[in-house]
Structures are given as C-alpha cells and as structure tokens.
Design a protein around this ligand. Sequence first.
Ligand code: ADP
Ligand code: MG
Length: 253
Amino acid sequence: MKILEVKDLCKTYIVNKRQNNVLKNVNFSIDEGEMVAVMGPSGSGKSTLLYTVSGMDAITSGEAHFCGKNIAKMGQKELADLRLDDMGFIFQQMYMLKNLTVQDNIILPAVQSGKQESRKEILERCQELMRKLGIIEIADNDINEVSGGQLQRACICRSMINNPKMIFADEPTGALNRASSGEVMEELAKLNAEGTTIMMVTHDVKVAARCTRVMYIVDGNIKGEYNLGRCESNSQIRERERALNNWLMEMGW
Ligand code: ADP
Ligand code: MG
C-alpha cells in the first residue's frame, strides 16, 4: 500500500520579486513500511521536498497524497491535525522547548492532540519510549542539561508519541558524532522494522545504507533511485555501503 504518492510537485519561492523554482515536477511514491533516504547536493531542494510532502510548507502546484488524501487541497486546521496525529517530525534544529523537562517536551504533542487520553496513559507511553531509546534516566532533566545524542533520542521519542504512521526526518544524525549517529540510526531502523514508515534527508552514506531505498535529488528533480532492500543483518552493512557509494559516484556525488 502506498502511504505517500507525489505527482508533478512544484515548489516556488519568491524572494525579492525573483522566482526560485526549487522543486520541478517531482514524482515518486513511498510504500508503507519503507525507510527512504533523500540525498543530493546542498541546495538541491531536499529539505523543501520533505517539508512540502509533509504539509509543513505549502505546495505551489501538483499533488501529494498521504494515506490517499491530497494534502495540497487541505485547509490549515485539517493539515495541522493530520501532522499531529499521523506524522512524526525530527528536525535538524530540534525545536525542543527550553524551560521544560525532557519528559514534558516529549509528551507535548500528545497533550495537544485531540485524542481522548488520560495524562497517565500518555506518561506510560512516554516512559516506554524513553526506556526503549535509553534515556529514561534523564526524564526529569531540563532540556539543556543533556548531550546531543540524548537530545536527538528525545526528539525521536517526541516524534513517536502519537504513534505516527510516518516519520519525516531532516538530517537526524547531522549534528552527532559517529557513535551517537550509529545509535540513533539503530533506533530508527528498529522503529521501521516495527512498521513505521520513514523518509529522511541525509548526507551520510553510512546512514543511507541502512535505508531500503535512496532517492538522489539534483536541482529540484529526482535524478535517480537506488533500491537497497531491507537490511537483514549488520553483517550486510559494509557491502551495502560499498554498493551505495559506487552508485552515488555515478550520480555525481
Ligand atoms: P537542501 O535541503 O537540499 O540543502 P533546501 O530545500 O533547503 O535545500 O533549499 C533549496 C533552495 O530553496 C535553496 O536555493 C534555498 O535558498 C531555497 N529556499 C529554501 N527555503 C526557502 C524559504 N523559506 N524561502 C525562500 N527560499 C528558500
Ligand atoms: Mg536541507
């Protein structure tokens, strides 16, 4: 089943009366259960693609169907509810609130959601997620008292708190060192194995090699796609990285 289907998507920004056609008739779809990496040169439109297909930013023309519904035609309120209930977001600038604890940051989207749920149920789910991501011991820390890796794992918990169908991540490991990046990818791969669809922008071949598919974007268009298939065991990682690297070189990486 397709969870996301994008047809002739265009995105134009107008800055100082000058038109910048950032996305130019982009077509692709993502099946439920996939973990797709978006790669490409800086400025090629990767973040813009992520924001437009997830309803964070307006679509100039074309269609983006999420679970069969065209988000290009949705009103602000309907879009906000869809984002809150069915999508999770992990951004590069992490948008955690400064004077709240880690736990309160994570539960915020659940409190905001219209679902009839008690605070107790929300807290239980939050703690289960924090345990899974290995940050339960910092639940009551202030958000600026934690390391970069812990903060990014808290972001993953927050993106998962409303049990989204799909997670959108913009360079989720971009600010992390190699070890933390590996751990965060491990967690994302686990969530994906449990059924959450993931679309992420990354510059890191090691990160992309864990995905099921890579889309390569150049100048607002998908130049190529590479199917890696599911990564069944860690022993395949090296070979997957090597194959992906070769393909990226062909793409002009
Ligand atoms: P990438 O993530 O691949 O580095 P972006 O999607 O961030 O690229 O940016 C693609 C192009 O769109 C750039 O030329 C950038 O300047 C422009 N752009 C991105 N966001 C905005 C915005 N909010 N307003 C105007 N121009 C933007
Ligand atoms: Mg970007």
